[in-house]
Design a binder for this molecule. Structure first.
Ligand code: PLP
Length: 219
């Protein structure tokens, strides 16, 4: 079965990979399903897609256990802010967390992964635009925070994630994130949403997070 939105994005993603000289199919497409219910998600699963993103622990907890029961090879990514009192639920529910952004969260996630015997893929969120209302580590503090994750909490951080300011040209933010990742020896880059994922791929994204271009606008 095919899915119009998924097909369109997959095709555009493949074109962006080709244009950037990247291996076709090498960029992970995270289909962001926040606010959408099973009736919207099931056709994307039926089309063969397995990787999804949610921004709230409670919403994911209400939606995904039933979907997973029917499709055990699903991969679920947390792309929204995380409170430390939700760490246990997040580690139980998700396969990856993109929003590690302070020592308390790093510690809580490390403890829960040990306790539950689970290893999640982890990204540190960077506030590349230094927006006061936005989560993320300040750019100049990334090196020290990564060292703290590794040395104090024993965490393996796979990559960096950013959400550029809404009204800005995203390219300098993507380039900044890519340079920071390279400097700090982390391989993966979670960047690019519906409006800018081809640019993110050109700048080295390994994971793009795309919602509305696949499902339509959120209500
Ligand atoms: C909602 C969301 C997305 C997807 O946004 P679209 O513009 O719908 O593609 C990506 N990343 C994060 C962190 C989000 O919260």
């Amino acid at each position: 079965m095919s899915h119009t939105g998924l097909d369109a994005v997959s095709q555009k993603l493949a074109e962006a990979e080709r244009a950037a000289g990247r291996t076709p199919g090498s960029v992970h497409l995270i289909v962001v399903s926040k606010t959408f219910g099973p009736e919207a998600i099931l056709p994307v699963i039926a089309a063969g897609h397995r990787v999804f993103g949610e921004n709230r622990v409670q919403e994911a907890k209400a939606k995904w256990p039933a979907l997973r029961a029917d499709c055990p090879d699903l991969e679920l990514h947390l792309i929204g802010p995380l409170q430390s009192n939700k760490a246990a639920e997040a580690v139980a529910l998700f396969d990856a967390i993109h929003t590690i952004d302070r020592p308390k969260i790093a510690g809580a996630i490390a403890e829960e992964m040990r306790r539950q015997g689970r290893a999640l893929k982890l990204f540190v969120q960077v506030n590349t635009g230094r927006e006061p209302q936005k989560a993320g580590i300040a750019p100049e503090a990334v090196g020290q925070f990564l060292a703290e994750c590794r040395d104090i909490h024993g965490l393996t951080i796979s990559g960096l994630m950013c959400i550029p300011p809404a009204d800005a040209d995203p390219r300098p933010h993507f380039e900044m994130l890519a340079a920071m990742a390279q400097r700090n020896g982390v391989a993966e880059l979670s960047m690019g949403m519906s409006g800018d994922y081809p640019v993110a791929v050109a700048c080295g994204a390994t994971h793009v997070r795309v919602g509305s271009a696949i499902f339509g606008t959120r209500g």
